[in-house]
Write a protein that binds this ligand. Structure first.
Ligand SMILES: NC(=O)c1ccc[n+]([C@@H]2O[C@H](COP(=O)([O-])OP(=O)(O)OC[C@H]3O[C@@H](n4cnc5c(N)ncnc54)[C@H](O)[C@@H]3O)[C@@H](O)[C@H]2O)c1
Length: 384
């Protein structure tokens, strides 16, 4: 690292996540001033020279590359941040680890377990810091949920249920593939809602409630053919448009999960609910600063669901922001993840979820897709 303090980042891909991460690198030092390390967005990479140059100018990034290999080879880069579509994650991560760079990778870790496994081996062999951007763990209300579960307040857990609902692919005229639509292209995305949306639910579920042992799933592809945006050819749609699965967790509780891009009216309705012996909690991305909590130990006359506005300075991350009663949003989850990554450089602890953690999520995604094919229960092979 440059002066033993500056973590020089090379960011690949400047779309939705590229912007979210670039923002986080800029803000984190101002709000977490005690951290020994400060990130510096040294260079960004995209394939189109004029567009990547325009992004660099707009965001005040000093240099850019149009070939990610050139970025990975640079001596003035300490960490590679992968914000490209899913088909590029493995290749870039392997090269970055081989070059001794730290790697921050967007989710899902890869398209398949077979692709993800060598990524874990590579970062472990190279001994480089790594993390995967399952950023919802760092929504203060979700982190608070984790603290409540870990405190044992819920008692024995019986149920975990989670949804991630969208509606943006209902139109059968929507093409697949290419810019903005790579999520519909099986070759690039690896899967549909399972790897894109359920991966978030599964990461949160295992973090909060432990390993998922086995799964039984159904998937559907409602629109069977779409025109490919790049070639103009009408091609079979290979992704899952919707997926529902149920499962057993290692702790004996039952899980129920659903994701779809065909739930008219829902844009990004990520929810989870956990029901325990003594208490329950639930959370909803559309109302992300609130955590709902029901405690059966409350006096019966006032017993009911509480809606906790997670904005007090003794609640997770909130001492860094404004004053109690005011809210933060989506972009702050990325700032929190960068802060935790920088902290992990000081402590030597891993910054979860690591590549190894994300591989476990990948195993569940793959078991889900396998189960929908085999029409039977499938073991996940997860070791949480
Ligand atoms: N953590 C989250 O909540 C979250 C949200 C959205 C996306 N994601 C993940 O982030 C990744 C990127 O998604 P996005 O929505 O930002 O996509 P996007 O389409 O908005 O951006 C992708 C970027 O990658 C660039 N790119 C593609 N191929 C490249 C190559 N060979 N070399 C250099 N750049 C290349 C594109 O030009 C574009 O700038 C995906 O893996 C996705 O699953 C995560």
């Amino acid at each position: 690292m440059k002066d033993n303090k500056t973590l020089r980042i090379g960011l690949i891909g400047y779309g939705l996540m590229g912007r979210a991460h670039a923002n986080a690198y800029k803000r984190v030092g101002d709000f977490f001033p005690e951290l020994r390390y400060r990130p510096r967005l040294e260079a960004i990479c995209g394939r189109n020279q004029s567009r990547v140059n325009a992004f660099a100018e707009q965001w005040g990034v000093e240099s850019f590359e149009t070939d990610w290999n050139a970025l990975v080879a640079r001596d003035d880069i300490d960490a590679i941040d992968i914000c490209t579509p899913n088909d590029m994650h493995a290749e870039i991560a392997l090269a970055a680890a081989a070059a001794g760079k730290m790697v921050l990778c967007e989710k899902p870790l890869a398209r398949t377990v077979a692709e993800a496994q060598p990524m874990v081996e590579a970062v472990e062999k190279a001994g480089v810091k790594n993390t995967v951007w399952y950023n919802y763990r760092r929504v203060p209300a979700v982190t608070l949920a984790k603290q409540i579960v870990d405190s044992g307040k819920l008692g024995k857990i019986f149920h975990f249920r989670s949804n991630f609902l969208q509606d943006w692919t209902i139109n059968p005229e929507l093409p697949q593939g290419g810019e903005g639509l790579w999520r519909l292209d099986h070759q690039v995305a690896g899967s549909g809602v399972t790897g894109d949306l359920l991966a978030h639910c599964i990461d949160a579920a295992m973090w909060l409630n432990g390993g998922i042992k086995d799964v039984s799933a159904v998937t559907a592809t409602f629109v069977k053919e779409r025109t490919h945006q790049l070639t103009g050819d009408v091609q079979k749609v290979g992704i899952d448009d919707a997926c529902i699965f149920h499962c057993h967790f290692d702790n004996g509780s039952l899980g129920l999960f659903e994701a779809t891009r065909y739930a008219r009216g829902h844009k990004a309705l990520f929810t989870f609910e956990i029901n325990g012996e003594h208490a329950s909690i639930r959370w909803d991305l559309h109302d992300m600063t609130r955590l709902e909590y029901f405690d059966h130990d409350d006096q019966s006359v006032v017993r009911g669901w509480r809606s906790i506005h997670v904005s007090d300075s003794d609640q997770p991350y909130m001492d860094r922001w404004w004053i109690p009663g005011t809210s933060i949003g989506y972009e702050h989850t990325f700032v929190h993840q960068v802060a935790d990554f920088l902290k992990s450089l000081e402590t030597g602890e891993p910054c979860s979820p690591t590549f190894a953690d994300a591989l476990e999520t990948q195993k569940v995604c793959e078991a889900v897709l396998r189960s929908s094919e085999s029409k039977s229960w499938e073991d996940t092979g997860v070791t949480w």
